[in-house]
Design a protein around this ligand. Structure first.
Ligand SMILES: [Fe+2]
Length: 291
């Protein structure tokens, strides 16, 4: 299982959005007609992120992808047995998501959640808009997301029961109570916390994209400072996943974490679930890096 794709509604796609997506992150925009959603590539997949200019900021959908048809069938069967009403996507919707097969249903906190299989690998290579070595995706998927929930304990249980996620660890700091969950070797693909730091229930706090090189992140950090892009957190390193990263505040009301070097969970048996009292080993201070 992996975080396959994300759909995000945004108030409007302005110059700050473009600076973050293209000048800092180096994503590739698929050609589009005027007014059409912005589909973004991060790797050889057709696209993994779609921004809809809808006049409001919200999470449109979160797409999880099974590794095999058998896993897709098994997870779907489990969802239905547990009373989750799943709708099968038609050919048009599958084409829009660029997957072979997809079902959608309501996840915790009313978040539209999708289960897919067969994400389209594009015939053309990923052409980043900035010279970067690329993103760590593959079996680890797009990256990770942190969402707030009105009932975090129930939501964590939901992802364990319905999609087979496992707990990686926990961090409690300030007013935040966060649980980190994995579904492949990536330390966490999903984290769930109580509503805090301005993130309400069902809202996205941040999306993390992982670079293949620390130099990509460092040069991105230079771009952020050159362009005056607001930072949610300065460069720092996390206690639990050991990611070295910084967080940009997007105009969409959530942050994008750009990181390098997160550790992985290769062996479930050997993994020890820890409870941390701080999210950072160093750095990750609030606010702008310059000033
Ligand atoms: Fe993160």
């Amino acid at each position: 299982m992996q975080l396959s794709y994300l759909g995000i509604n945004v108030e409007r796609l302005d110059a700050q959005w473009e600076a973050i997506l293209f000048d800092v992150l180096g994503l590739e925009a698929r050609p589009r007609e005027e007014g059409a959603p912005l589909q973004l590539r991060v790797d050889d997949r057709h696209h993994r992120i779609t921004l809809y200019s809808t006049g409001e900021n919200s999470t449109a959908y979160v797409g999880w992808e099974a590794d095999t048809q058998a896993e897709f069938d098994q997870v779907l069967r489990g969802l239905r047995e547990q009373g989750v009403a799943c709708e099968e996507a038609d050919a048009r919707l599958c084409e829009e998501r660029a997957v072979m097969r997809m079902v959608y249903f309501e996840g915790p906190d009313g978040v539209r959640t999708e289960l897919a299989f067969g994400g389209v690998v594009d015939g053309q290579p990923f052409k980043p808009s900035r010279a970067i070595s690329g993103f760590n995706t593959g079996e680890q998927g797009l990256g990770h997301i942190l969402m707030a929930s009105a009932d975090p304990a129930a939501t964590v249980q939901w992802y364990q029961d319905k999609l087979g996620f496992r707990v990686s660890d926990y961090i409690h700091w300030d007013e935040a109570r966060a649980t980190f969950l994995h579904c492949n070797p990536r330390h966490h693909s999903l984290a769930i916390m109580n509503p805090c730091f301005g993130t309400g229930a069902g809202e996205l706090n941040h999306l993390m994209l992982q670079a293949r090189s620390i130099d990509d992140v460092g040069r991105g950090y230079d771009e952020v400072q050159r362009r005056g892009i607001p930072l949610a957190l300065t460069l720092g390193k996390h206690t639990n996943d050991h990611m070295t990263s910084f967080y940009m505040m997007t105009p969409g009301g959530f942050a994008i974490e750009y990181g390098y070097g997160g550790r992985t969970i290769e062996d479930e048996e050997d993994w020890e679930v820890q409870f941390y009292n701080a999210p950072k080993l160093w750095g990750h201070n609030l606010g702008k890096a310059q000033d």
